[in-house]
Design a protein around this ligand. Structure first.
Ligand code: ADP
Length: 193
């Protein structure tokens, strides 16, 4: 496979910003595999796997799962791909994960295409999560846990914004508006419209 076949989009943004929905649509339209670490972990919890049992209390508390566990999952997913066409949603979340992902992508010869950052004001985020909690059946979609996730984001994930900005990958996207409006902005920063 030649290099231009690869496409690596890393979707950054705070919890509740709506990354999952936008990533799903982009993946569908551009034939990318959406790798949502939150979904993968919740699936393990639901199936009661060994990993699931290990991470369940962390998810419920809004804390991060250890980096090594995440990296093993990601390695596994990417290893089976002939060309790396992915959108990461919810990963990386720590500087360590970002650095390890860089090394992994280098090994695979698949450079980062872009890092869109979905921006939504804090007040709106908690509101959206609590609203989603009414139907999501996610036990971390409560106001208290949402605030903890926001704090974890501020401390652990926000540094990634500088990390990717310094490498010229960061593309801010306004996350307030209708789903279609936000999606159009996402496409435009990706240079696809
Ligand atoms: P949200 O973006 O709404 O906060 P996610 O579905 O992305 O939710 O993640 C839910 C939970 O899964 C996180 O609070 C965390 O416990 C765990 N998790 C997901 N991705 C990672 C990651 N890359 N590193 C560590 N923990 C993660």
């Amino acid at each position: 496979m030649t290099q231009h076949k690869h496409r690596v989009v890393i979707f950054l943004g705070p919890p509740g910003a709506g990354k999952g929905t936008q990533a799903e649509r982009l993946a569908g339209e551009q034939h990318l595999v959406k790798i949502s670490t939150g979904d993968i972990l919740r699936d393990h919890v639901a199936r009661g796997t060994e990993l699931g049992q290990q991470v369940a209390p962390l998810l419920k508390a809004g804390k991060l799962v250890p980096d090594e566990l995440l990296m093993a999952l990601i390695r596994d997913r990417l290893a089976s791909m002939e060309s790396v066409r992915v959108i990461f949603d919810g990963f990386p979340r720590t500087l360590m994960q970002a650095q390890e992902l860089d090394m992994l992508l280098e090994e695979l010869g698949a450079p980062i295409t872009a890092v869109p950052l979905l921006e939504v004001p804090d007040e709106l985020l908690i509101e959206r999560i609590v609203e989603r909690g009414k139907t999501s059946s996610r036990n971390d979609d409560t106001e208290a846990v949402a605030r903890e996730r926001q704090e974890v984001y501020r401390l652990q994930t926000q540094p990634l914004i500088d990390y990717y900005a310094a490498r010229g990958h960061l593309k801010p996207v306004g996350g307030v508006g209708s789903m279609d409006e936000v999606y159009a902005r996402l496409l435009s920063v990706l240079g696809d419209r």
